[in-house]
Design a protein around this ligand. Structure first.
Ligand SMILES: *Cc1c(COP(=O)(O)O)cnc(C)c1O
Length: 434
């Protein structure tokens, strides 16, 4: 299987290059050369497979033999070791809970798969793989957890001192083993600059086998397509005639792109509804055909505060740069913070369900969609556990109403281990060489 750059379809690389390098040199994004429908043999058994085996069948088809069967099986079953259940709000509207992984957000699916794939692809390299990542919060936690104890890898996380929440800091600084944290006396931008400087130093980069584990890595998208299949079959178990409309709270549009991959692999999906906060560049594009990225606006659904979604280029390639055909499959709706806050309260009052600010935006879109298409069955992606946004939840539902799962709550009692450094790339180099 080969991958091409969205900026130059003639630039093709193999799986290892696409996964370890994350980004092509021409600043495009890697895309699989072809995505074909799954064979008849898959559709005969897909409803009864375990979630991990379902993922394996999809991955095996997607990679077209780039990875030996048994190795791929192990990677998938090790990565996908938690469920993604659908929970009914009504008999036509469901929430797909994607927060049952270790860091309570859907990013665990992508990060865990990528970590194991990277370790596998570099297992014969002389040097261990070093993941350098700058974080302003959640990404670092998902990446750190995903690589924890993964053989042949180590992770160095840079985060701004005082710039992340207490629990987020604990997620970065309490794992130990192959995970190290550098607390930078500076801003998130300083952290990013320090990481970039290390990558630009080709000699250093080679010597330590540096990789970025970037969020637009193609290997993070594939495992996100698994749960579209898993959700669709759970809906079928409840209603044999239902074809899902997926409502996707979106920022960088990785989740939505993964859904399009699932559709290209033959999963029957009636419609995609992209739900955003005020960072609505894609809903506006869908409305009028004008794509105008903006500086991002801060909202209470902050994981979606993206003014220039990086996966938009992938979406355009899937639809052959054709606005009309993208609109046929993807609809867009946007909501502000007041509407989001009201939705958190309404979902609790109407169904007794605690939904996080991102999922709440999905629910608002689902409501509007179902008013227009009354026979639709919507599945709203609940992208994170509400306890990750405890301040907002407490404001809307009252203090103590939102449960904090043990795997998050227990971090409070653990001791932080981090090395404090000045905002200077040399500090990272010294740490690498020590
Ligand atoms: C990352 C994230 C999103 C946005 O997902 P994209 O794939 O970037 O569109 C939505 N909600 C939560 C909680 C996230 O962490």
């Amino acid at each position: 299987m080969q991958f091409y750059s969205t900026n130059n379809p003639d630039l093709k690389v193999d799986l290892k290059e696409a996964v370890i390098r994350s980004l092509p040199a021409d600043n495009g994004l890697y895309m699989p050369e072809t995505i074909t429908p799954l064979p008849e043999s898959f559709w005969k058994k897909w409803r009864s497979l375990s979630f991990a085996d379902l993922g394996y069948e999809i991955a095996s088809h997607f990679f077209q033999g780039s990875i030996p069967e048994n190795d791929l099986k192990e990677i998938v079953s090790d990565a996908i070791n938690f469920d993604a259940p659908i929970v009914p709000l009504t008999d036509q509207s469901f929430v797909l809970e994607l927060f049952h992984g270790p860091t309570l957000a859907f990013k665990d699916f992508g990060a865990r798969f990528m970590a194991r794939l990277m370790a596998y692809l570099t297992k014969d390299d002389d040097q261990e793989l070093t993941v350098l990542v700058a974080t302003s919060g959640d990404t670092g936690g998902a990446v750190a957890s995903a690589f924890h104890h993964v053989e042949g890898t180590k992770v160095i996380i840079l985060y701004p001192k005082g710039g992340v929440s207490d629990l987020q800091e604990k997620q970065l600084t309490t794992l130990g083993a192959n995970i190290s944290a550098l607390e930078v006396e500076g801003s998130f931008d300083d952290c990013q600059r320090m990481v970039k400087a290390c990558f630009l130093d080709t000699e250093l980069s080679k010597k330590h086998n540096l990789t970025s584990a970037n969020s637009i890595n193609i290997s993070r998208l594939l495992p996100q397509s698994f749960y579209y299949f898993h959700a669709a079959r759970q809906l079928l178990d409840r209603n044999e005639n239902a074809q899902p409309t997926f409502v996707i709270p979106s920022g960088n549009f990785g989740n939505l792109t993964a859904g399009l991959f699932a559709q290209q692999m033959g999963l029957p999906i009636r419609q995609f509804v992209a739900a955003t906060n005020l960072n609505d560049v894609v809903p506006r594009y869908l409305a009028d055909g004008e794509y105008s990225p903006q500086p991002s606006i801060a909202t209470i659904s902050n994981a979606m505060d993206v003014g220039a979604p990086s996966n938009f280029a992938r979406m355009q390639h899937i639809f052959g740069d054709d606005w009309e055909s993208m609109r046929e499959s993807v609809s867009g709706l946007a909501f502000d913070d007041d509407e989001t806050r009201d939705a958190i309260k309404a979902v609790k009052e109407l169904y007794g369900y605690t939904i996080d600010p991102h999922g709440a935006i999905g629910w608002l879109a689902s409501q509007i969609w179902q008013e227009a298409v009354t026979d639709s069955h919507t599945i709203i992606l609940e992208t994170a556990h509400p306890s990750k946004f405890i301040d907002t939840m407490d404001e809307e539902l009252g203090k103590g109403t939102t449960d904090i799962p043990e795997r998050l709550a227990c971090l409070a009692g653990l001791e932080k281990v981090a090395k404090t450094v000045k905002p200077d790339p040399q500090e990272v180099i010294d740490f690498l060489e020590s």
